[in-house]
Ligand binder design. Structure first.
Ligand SMILES: [Zn+2]
Length: 471
């Protein structure tokens, strides 16, 4: 049995969970459940990123202590993850005292690759981010996300010497020792790596009060990267404990918008610490509403909690794992969601379970023994390549094939003829097929899969209510 460590991005808690966060959690959860299915022991991190000026500002606007503000928002994410049926094992908050102490130790450990220098350039306070000259030119000096002119900034910061590690990072990416998914992003990242300057990892305390103090310099506070990215190892108790059981991570899931930080800055920190790089960085796309970017000003934001409330966890997982691409941008509309629910979940699967279990019960058919099920190679190949949507499609085609087989083999006609031997043979074949596909559905629809396994035990009992009532 192997040990597998899987991580999710930690959202910045200046807002509420949105559907993009859900995708990150669900992909990691499918990965984790599949690894458990293979018999591996899984550690699965989730967490919240809780420092920064914007958070400080928001708490101030609402007139509540910042600790209370971040605690309340972090709780919203924890509740949200639970509602998605995601089984994480560790939750890290960057305001945890353990985390803060460990990040300071990490800083001390990589001191040789950190230097103090003056920054003169552009900044967006909305993004809480330094802006390169190139970006400034491309956007004509105005932040496209905030419609605000970039501010001129002159201050002293600590820098991490990315330049010390460029060759090693390039080698790791090119050799796929650190695999970047989807593969077409690899080139993009390699190009960014060549252009990447050393990166600012602190700000003067006068500009940033809410953050982890830089050890040995009272005037400086850590700016996002060291604090947030280190969470993936501080949650494993690094550097207080040996983490070689779990690190390097098997897979780190991130949105495409933050892939570059995970593929450039994070490896530099790890290499400076003498740690291995994650085996895979898998990036996913954005969720669009009817082909458009979701935005508060357009008023087309889909509230994931509303979807969950109306249709439940399993239907949510179904849509976001099968109709949302594992890697590319995908669309959500209520119409598409409801079509998928009624035509696929309710018809293809719910109906099949109802129909087959009723036939078995009516004809007194029971399984002599529940066969041991091996996962098919084709499915495993897709799962091992992180092509989760394709693996789900593969499973779903099998669901549809069973429906077709029922129509072809017409067990009801055999029952009418009194051909008991053939009838039992046909029902047995169908039930075994369903149990086989049910195993493939397990990482995607864990609750449904458990229900189906319970219905089709030795004594087959139709469910009292359809698994997915039509809406
Ligand atoms: Zn901005």
């Amino acid at each position: 049995m192997g040990k597998v460590y899987i991580t999710t991005a930690i959202p910045y808690v200046n807002g509420v969970p949105h559907v993009g966060h859900a995708v990150d959690y669900l992909l990691a959860d499918v990965c984790a459940r599949y690894q458990k299915q293979l018999g591996n022991e899984v550690r699965f991190q989730a967490g919240t990123d809780e420092h920064g000026s914007k958070i400080w500002q928001k708490a101030k606007e609402q007139n509540i202590p910042v600790e209370e503000y971040v605690a309340a928002n972090s709780k919203k994410f924890q509740d949200f993850i639970s509602k998605l049926g995601v089984e994480y094992t560790d939750f890290v908050r960057t305001t945890d005292s353990d985390h803060q102490e460990r990040v300071q130790k990490i800083w001390e450990k990589i001191k040789d690759h950190i230097y103090l220098a003056k920054y003169e350039g552009w900044y967006c306070s909305g993004c809480e981010r330094f802006i390169t000259d190139k970006e400034y030119e491309e956007n004509n000096g105005v932040c496209p996300d905030h419609q605000k002119p970039y501010e001129k900034l002159e201050e002293e910061n600590y820098y991490l010497k990315i330049s010390d590690f460029k060759d090693q990072i390039r080698d790791a990416i090119e050799s796929h020792k650190m695999l970047i998914l989807p593969e077409f992003r690899e080139k993009e990242i390699l190009k960014l790596l060549e252009e990447s300057p050393d990166v600012s990892i602190s700000r003067p305390r006068s500009q940033l009060t809410w953050g982890i103090p830089v050890p040995g310099d009272d005037n400086q506070v850590m700016y996002v990267w060291m604090d947030a990215l280190s969470n993936y190892i501080t949650v494993l108790s690094y550097p207080d404990e040996d983490i070689s059981n779990w690190w390097p991570a098997y897979a780190q899931f991130v949105g495409k918008d933050i892939l570059r930080f995970h593929a450039l800055i994070w490896p530099a920190i790890l290499l400076a610490l003498g740690l291995e790089l994650p085996k895979t960085l898998s990036s996913h796309g954005m969720i669009l509403a009817n082909g458009q970017k979701m935005s508060k000003s357009i008023g087309n934001v889909i509230d994931p909690l509303e979807v969950l409330e109306k249709h439940g966890t399993e239907a949510f997982r179904y849509y976001f794992l099968r109709h949302v691409d594992t890697f590319a941008d995908s669309d959500f509309t209520w119409e598409k969601f409801e079509d998928a629910y009624n035509n696929e979940l309710a018809n293809d699967l719910g109906n099949l379970v109802q129909r087959l279990s009723t036939m078995c019960k009516k004809n007194n058919f029971s399984l002599n023994h529940v066969p041991e099920i091996k996962l098919e190679k084709e499915y495993c190949d897709l799962m091992n390549e992180f092509r989760f949507k394709d693996a789900f499609d593969f499973a779903w085609e099998k669901v549809q094939a069973i429906n077709k087989k029922i129509d072809d083999e017409k067990p009801w006609a055999l029952a009418k003829e009194g051909n008991v031997e053939k009838l039992n043979q046909v029902l047995s074949g169908l039930v075994v097929n369903l149990l086989e596909v049910n195993e493939l559905l397990k990482p995607f629809l864990p609750e449904t899969s458990a229900k189906i396994a319970e219905i089709f035990t030795n004594e087959i009992m139709p469910p009292a209510e359809p698994l997915f009532p039509k809406k």
